[in-house]
Design a protein around this ligand. Structure first.
Ligand code: ADP
Length: 562
């Protein structure tokens, strides 16, 4: 809920002007008004406003002094700003009665804005001060009843941990410093490491002209001395002291802002008109407030550092994403471009080798067989790369495939090589053909990869069995078993990762790229099935994959559109 500002003034222009000032203060507040004292008391009792703007020239019997005393007696803690047409109104008396500020009519935007901004900041303090805090014994000049130094420090501490806006925190620290030391003005300067200058970061009641030019070298001035020594300076007495040109004070208090033993700035309050000196107690309070400000600055620097790092990471991540997309695009293009000429060469060599094109002498045919094998290796690498360079889900075109035929074709292709390696290949199928819904070419690629591995990793001959069966009314399962070298238990889970090879060394015994199983799993998963392995080192491996039966159509459309 925005703070409630209550205007007690017979002049109706005051609340209107106040409302108009709202955008200038940068704070939201509600404005309500009463024209005279009795109605005002009633309103205050019922609505507990956060800030009261009181006219010193009220119609009716009640004087402004009676109003202020009445408010305090009724336990109203809201600060009071007194507005008056009387040039000679005793400001001292008003401040002694606990009035926060005295403004002279005609009221102007800038004056109202400053006064409201600072009063509303106090209202914020009050809002976060716990209600149980003890009432202060003494009422200091200019400090409304019910707000002690502890309260204010507590409130600053809260804002340091809850506010992220450093400017706002520093502003509050200066506000509080001026408020509680009853100083005429105050400011907070931070050290610029590079230029070794103190630069004004927050100020209260310092004229715009001084504020704009307040940049001090640390080699001179009192603030500079505080930075150099790291010790507070208390100036007092009747004599005016010159601080920078055109900035004369009669009493002043400077405390350093320190983090990890380093002075990073100065917090200061001073009096230009009043000769009232600051006290030890003021110094203690100011030092505590300065500590809070230093913590806030350190927090803000850390936060900024974190934000910078996060932004840098974000950029690096975007760049990586772009590079990754570029790489994928390049691999896709390259593998597609390679596939076309390879398929052409393969077709040509096949025709030559089978004699379909012309008669070829036996010794040339042997050479062609070797070329054929190498081309097949190349085609396989390209096919696996294509399968992994874009989601298989996007490329599969399913149809009704007779599983037994697919298996037989894949086995037949490798039969000669298997025989040469002393391997027996057995196909074990049920009597009734199993129909699955699959992309013929890609499912063939999966079987090819598994069979090629089974042959490759059975160096001492042995038995390879390819079996198929319907598991239930939904799924069919294909098993490719071998009696080869097997896979160590700690590597079994990794064989489906891209580029993984149990022996990936340069001197490895078995050739390959580590892409076959990754591509196979990608294809099977795109079909809605799964590919797994059970293996025993030295005994052999069993790879199993599932595919949906062709008449389990509802399931198929579910995974295809997923
Ligand atoms: P590669 O091109 O190396 O064969 P794959 O992805 O097909 O790539 O296989 C990855 C690795 O898994 C192989 O290098 C091998 O270490 C292991 N592997 C695959 N199939 C078998 C198998 N039937 N028997 C033993 N190890 C296998």
């Amino acid at each position: 809920m925005p703070p409630l500002v209550f205007v007690v003034d017979g002049d109706t222009r005051t609340p209107i002007l106040l409302k108009g000032t709202q955008p200038l203060t940068g704070a939201k507040f509600d404005v309500r008004a009463a024209a005279e004292g009795v109605a005002a008391f009633r309103f205050v009792e019922q609505n507990k406003p956060d800030l009261i703007v009181l006219s010193a020239e009220l119609p009716g019997k009640l004087s402004w002094q009676e109003m202020v005393r009445g408010f305090r007696k009724a336990g109203v803690r809201a600060p009071v700003i007194l507005v008056t047409q009387n040039k000679d109104l005793a400001t001292g008396e008003a401040l002694d009665l606990g009035v926060r500020d005295v403004l002279h009519k005609p009221l102007t935007g800038p004056v109202l804005r400053e006064s409201l901004r600072s009063a509303l900041a106090d209202v914020q303090y009050r809002k976060i001060v716990p209600p149980a805090s003890p009432a202060p014994k003494e009422v200091r000049r200019g400090m409304p009843a019910g707000l002690s130094e502890v309260d204010v420090l507590y409130a600053i501490g809260k804002s340091v941990t809850s506010l992220t806006d450093l400017e706002e925190i520093l502003h509050r620290v200066v506000e509080a410093a001026v408020f509680l030391t009853s100083a005429e003005q105050g400011f907070l300067m931070l050290l610029d490491e590079e230029s070794q200058e103190l630069i004004l970061r927050a100020a209260k009641n310092i004229s715009d002209q001084v504020g704009r030019t307040l940049r001090l070298r640390t080699s001179d001035g009192i603030a500079g001395q505080v930075v150099k020594t790291g010790k507070p300076i208390l100036l007092g007495g009747e004599q005016q002291t010159k601080i920078k040109t055109s900035f004369l004070v009669r009493s002043a208090l400077y405390v350093p802002l320190k983090t990890t033993g380093r002075v990073i700035g100065v917090l200061s309050v001073d009096n230009q008109r009043s000769a009232r000196a600051f006290t030890e107690r003021n110094q203690r309070f100011l030092s505590a407030a300065a500590d809070y400000a230093a913590i806030a600055i350190e927090n803000s620097r850390l936060l900024q550092g974190q934000r910078d790092r996060a932004a840098a990471l974000e950029i690096a991540y975007r760049e990586l994403e772009e590079t990754d997309a570029l790489k994928t695009h390049m691999i896709q293009n390259l593998s597609h471009e390679l596939r076309t000429p390879l398929v052409f060469i393969k077709g040509y060599v096949d025709m030559l080798e089978t004699g379909a094109l012309m008669d070829v002498p036996a010794e040339v045919r042997d050479g062609l067989k070797t070329v054929q094998r190498r081309i097949n290796d190349l085609v396989k690498i390209v096919e696996n790369t294509v399968a992994l360079s874009q989601p298989a889900r996007e490329t599969i075109v399913t149809e009704d495939v007779v599983l037994g035929e697919l298996i037989q074709a894949a086995v037949d292709k490798r039969m000669a090589d298997a025989e040469k390696a002393g391997i027996v290949m057995v196909v074990d199928l049920p009597p009734t053909p199993i129909h699955v819904l699959a992309d013929q070419r890609q499912a063939g690629q999966v079987l090819g990869n598994l069979l090629d591995n089974a042959v490759k990793f059975s160096p001492n001959g042995g038995l390879i069995t390819v079996a198929a069966q319907a598991l239930d009314r939904q799924l069919a399962e294909v098993q490719v078993s071998d009696s080869g070298v097997g896979i160590p238990a700690d590597k079994v889970d990794k064989v489906f990762e891209r580029f993984f090879q149990v022996d990936g060394s340069a001197t490895r015994r078995y050739g390959g790229t580590g892409l076959g199983l990754a591509a196979a799993r990608e294809i099977i998963q795109a079909h809605g099935g799964d590919l797994s392995v059970v293996s025993k080192p030295g005994r052999g491996s069993v790879f199993r994959f599932t595919l949906y039966l062709a008449d389990a159509a509802p399931k198929i459309s579910a995974f295809q559109t997923a």
